[in-house]
Ligand binder design. Sequence first.
Ligand code: FES
Ligand SMILES: [Fe+2]
Length: 462
Amino acid sequence: MANGAIAMNGFTGLDGGVGGVLNGRYSEEALNAMVERGRVHSAVYTDPVIFEIELERIFHRTWIYIGHASEVANAGDFRLRNIGRQPVILVRGNDGVVRVLMNRCRHRGAVVCEVEAGREKVFRCWFHGWTYDNTGRLLSVTAPEGYGEDFSVEEHSLTPAPRVESYRDFIFASLASDGPSLREHLALAAPMIDLMIDASPERQIEVDAGAHKTIYKGNWKLVGMDGYHPNFVHASVVAMWQRKADAGMGATHRSDPFDGKAPTYTRDLGNGHAMLDLRAHRLLHYPQYSKFLAGVPGGKEYMDAMFARDSEERARLLLAIAGDPHTGIFPNMQIIHNQIRIINPLAVGETEVVMFPVLLKGVSPQINALRLRQHESFYGPAASGSPDDAEIFERAQRGMMAQVNPWIDISRGLARETVDSDGAIVGNVTDEVPQRAQMRQWVRLMTGAESSKSAAARASGY
Ligand code: FES
Ligand SMILES: [Fe+2]
C-alpha cells in the first residue's frame, strides 16, 4: 500500500515517519492537517492509502444507508448491498423481520447470494452447498457426517451486521457494535427525510421502480451537494429550460443563483449531512406549480388530501417541494428530487452511484409516472444532467493528480455563513457549506474524535 501513496507538500514520504506517516499509515495529526478551515489537501481524494483508512474508519464504522423497507416488502425479498467493501444482503425473512446479513458463507467465506435482487426461501452456497433460510439460519450442511459431534449447525447462521436501525423505513446498518444511535447520527437531517416521505398522502414512499447505476472514475466525496456548479456543468440544460420558458412552454424562468435575490441556501445539518435548501424558493413558485398539478389527473385530489391532513403551511411546503429535500446524508446517501441515491466507494478514483426513483403512495398513477419521467429526463443514463456530473467528477479527479500545488479551495462563503436557531450552519446556495460539513465529519471520523451533537461545537470549526 505504501507504493500507492503520493508525495505531498508537507506530508512527503512514507514509512520513514516524515510528515506523520508511519509504516505506510497516516497519523491522526497528519490526517487532521490535510483539512484546513477553507482548503483540503487533494491527497484526501487521490491517495489509495487514505482511501483504505476511509473504508476502515468511515464506511466500516458509521451508519450506512442500506435500503428502504418497501424494497423488501414480502417475505423472502432480498437486495444485495454493500457496507464499504463488505457485501451484505438486505432481506425480509419468513418471520417478517428485515435483516442485514453479511453475504458470506460460514463455511469458507463465499458469497451465498449472487443475484442482485429477488425473492428466495433459502440461500444455497455454490461452493459446497451449505444452505441457509431467509432469516440467515443454517438449515443444512452437505454430508454432515463429516463433522464431529461438537459441530453446531445453530452456531453457523449468517452473521448479521452488528447494528441495524431504521428511520421511517429507511434502513441503516453499522459494522461498529457501539456508537451514536441512528437518530443521533441523522441529527438535523431526520426532518429532511420526513419531507420526502410526508409528500405522500399516506406518508409512505415506494422504492420499487427499479434503479440505474453509473460508475465514474473519481473519488466518492466528489458526489456532494453543490449549488455552485449548475450554470457551468449543466449549461446546456439550463439554456434549454430558458428557451422553454421564453417560448411559454410551461417552465418558469430559473433565478440566477449568483444575484443573491432568490431565497436559496446551503445548510450544514450536522455529522456531515448537508442540504441545498430550496424550500422558500419553491414556495414562491407554488401558485404556478399548483395550477400545473391541478391539470394532472389526480392532482386536485392529491392537493385536497394534503390540505385535509396537514396545516395549510405544511401542506403547501410539501406540495411545493414535491418531496425533494435535496439533502446529502453522510457518507453514502442522497435524497434529491425524486430519487434516493447510494454512493458506493469502489477505489480511491472509482465510485458507483445507484439511483432509485421514489414513488408516492396514495397519488394517481399519472402523478407517479410524471415523477418517473422527470427523474429520467435529468438523471437517467441518457439524460440531460447526471452524465454531466459524472464527467466533471472525472475531470476533477484527473486535475487533482497535478500535485505541485496540491490544495483545493472550499472557502466560498466562509465569511458570510451564519448559525440558525436549530444549530444549522447556513450559507448562500452557491457557498461551500456542504463541502465544509463533509470534511468536518471526515476529520472527526478519520482522527477518531467523537462526532459532535452540539451546534456550538460544530460552529467552533475544525
Ligand atoms: S464456502 Fe459455502 S459451502 Fe463451502
Ligand atoms: Fe449537477
